[in-house]
Write a protein that binds this ligand. Sequence first.
Ligand code: ZN
Length: 159
Amino acid sequence: MSQAGQIDGLQFAQERERRSGHLELEAFPRLAEFGCLAARVDYEIEGCSNAEGRLALRVTIDGVLELECQRCLGSLEHAAAVRNELELAVDPAFIESAEDDVDRVLATPNMEVSELIEDELILSLPMVPMHETCDLPAEAERSSPFAALAALKKGNSEG
Ligand SMILES: [Zn+2]
């Protein structure tokens, strides 16, 4: 069991319970597999009824994920800000077959809070994490083919 603990989904929603806390990367093994280098997030889960009157969990997450830029391989801070409502469903087949755009999660008596948070964080990840402008190391400029070409031309004109 993780540090965030478990909830009984339906009961938690019925009683409008609320749980909040802080989690870091060690709570998110799958996120680490996606190349996340560090995570610091504050979360809150609140039991509620959604617009259709069905029991749901309102999930709020704010924090920072450290990802690896796919261009320069430097670290890249990704702001995680999740506001989502997950309808509780008791039948996995219903979740599979539902064709609306309601987010659903399987309600069980022992839902891992950290896994719920991790699912939402994974969905919030950018497809290809990349800096808008990379801070390339200074050597890259010196060793670029253009710099070599310029040096060559300079040498020729002098000789
Ligand atoms: Zn970069």
